[in-house]
Design a protein around this ligand. Structure first.
Ligand code: PFF
Length: 455
């Protein structure tokens, strides 16, 4: 076995770190506008169903593979004796690098907005375009964010990732609850909650189902080996099933609360719920302004601090995936690996950084009408993650085989054999996830890259 590998010190530490990976921009930035576009509560119902029936088994499989092998996603497949499957880990690594390259840019915006809010510049909402075109400024924010991420990851599993999660996650919870309580006291809050909570099932269309599934998968950090990596640092004593259930609940819970908090703000000002990706960056600052100079600064700064914290625990997990690979497989010291890879990914992210106004050719990438950063998301989030999830479940169920999965899970959960959880996991990894993720992948590729829309 290789040199000293890190290990999470406590169960709580692992759960907070993995929940930190899951809870991110996906929950607070993307989820509310997906709900807005998808017609409100109907989207939420479909989303929750996917999280528990389909994503949960995939999460269990990823953690089990990681813990069984104590390896990064590439090394894990090799360690199990399936060298031909190591490409799935490589695909995950590639996907992680792509995701971090653009994710860090948006995280940098969030941090920039935090600073703007602190200085009381609410007009930034109307200047979102000029803000994202100012490449010097957002370049610096991006650099700062990547630097902070690298600093945490260079501390290692226990003293870096786990410690940061133990500070950031409780802070995040405190801020979100504070904002939630405040939001529900606003006039029209109830209208916002109604839109969000009362489902109109006629709004469940194939395209709502499609986006809810993609969102669930991205939000739970599945399909690229992030949880294989974190699973590889988990002790054998832990119960993988209850841990995965807690991570899923935390992720779903925070997304749900983010919606509970944001829709009262949106309805308070009568803003458009389908505000799109800009909902948070354009609409909210104006709403914060109406709260008056002092309260506006407090609420606005806290909101964007929340977004930055959520993003940070996710960028940490995204960076840890390639770092663990380089450290395990190429025996490069962690510190060196971290800064090299972080620098490399920052550079790969420069086109995304410039794709929101700074460089016209990237803003309208090869005349597609879509910017480069969105293209990266088409490739990574929408295509490679479902493909990765499909391959991981096929591998688990039909190559590694379910009895090996069961054996690994049973170590920390003696009552697992014959339990309901086992049936759910078997059904999920053998049938539900491969079939649905396979379909999702095909539909996405046809739609995004060949312009064929079947739904
Ligand atoms: N789950 C994160 C979010 O919702 O923002 C994004 C993410 C992090 C995806 C880590 C994949 C991953 F491996």
């Amino acid at each position: 076995m290789g040199a000293q590998r890190g290990e999470f010190q406590s169960r709580l530490g692992f759960i907070l770190a993995a929940a930190g990976s899951a809870v991110g921009l996906g929950n607070i930035w993307k989820f509310p506008f997906e709900v807005g576009n998808g017609g409100g509560a109907a989207f939420v119902v479909v989303y929750l169903t996917f999280c528990f029936l389909l994503c949960f088994p995939v999460m269990v499989a990823e953690i089990a593979i990681g813990r069984k092998t104590n390896k990064n996603p590439v090394g894990a497949f090799k360690d199990l004796g399936y060298h031909n499957w190591a490409f799935v880990g490589m695909l995950g690594l590639f996907c992680g690098v792509l995701i971090l390259s653009f994710y860090n840019v948006v995280a940098g915006w969030a941090f920039g907005y935090f600073l703007e809010m602190v200085s009381g510049n609410f007009a930034i909402g109307k200047q979102f375009g000029p803000f994202t075109s100012n490449w010097v400024k957002i370049g610096l924010y991006g650099l700062l964010f990547m630097g902070t991420t690298a600093f945490i990851v260079s501390g290692g599993v226990k003293d870096g990732i786990e410690r940061a999660a133990k500070i950031l996650m409780p802070s995040l919870l405190a801020i979100i609850f504070f904002l939630l309580i405040y939001a529900t006291t606003l006039p029209n809050a109830m209208k916002g909650l109604e839109f969000y909570l009362v489902p109109d099932f006629s709004k469940i269309t194939p395209s709502v189902i499609y986006s809810a599934l993609g969102q669930a998968f991205f939000s739970l950090s599945l399909g690229m080996g992030a949880l294989i990596t974190y699973g590889s640092y988990v002790s054998k004593r832990e119960n993988i099933i209850t841990s995965a259930a807690m991570i899923t609940l935390a992720d779903v819970g925070i997304a749900f609360i983010a919606g509970l908090m944001i829709f009262p703000f949106v309805f308070y000002q009568g803003a458009d719920t389908a505000g799109g990706a800009g909902l948070i960056f354009t609409v909210l600052p104006e709403i914060f302004e109406t709260l008056g100079p002092t309260l506006g600064v407090i609420i606005g700064s806290l909101f964007f601090l929340l977004l930055s914290f959520a993003a940070l625990t996710s960028t940490v997990s995204l960076l840890e995936v390639p770092v663990s690979y380089v450290v395990d497989e190429h025996e490069i010291p962690r510190n060196k690996a971290v800064w090299m890879i972080a620098g490399f990914i920052f550079v790969i992210g420069i086109p995304s950084l410039l794709a929101n106004g700074a460089v016209p050719m990237l803003t309208n990438f090869i005349d597609t009408g879509v910017d480069f950063m969105t293209w990266v998301q088409f490739v990574a989030n929408d295509s490679l993650l479902p493909l990765g999830g499909f391959l991981i479940t096929v591998f688990t169920a039909y190559v590694w085989k379910k009895h090996n999965l069961d054996e690994e899970i049973s170590i920390g959960y003696p009552g697992y054999e014959g339990s309901f959880a086992q049936k759910l996991i078997h059904f999920g990894v053998s049938y539900l996830a491969p079939v649905i993720l396979g379909i999702l992948f095909i539909l996405t590729v046809l739609n995004r890259f060949f312009g064929v829309s079947l739904i």
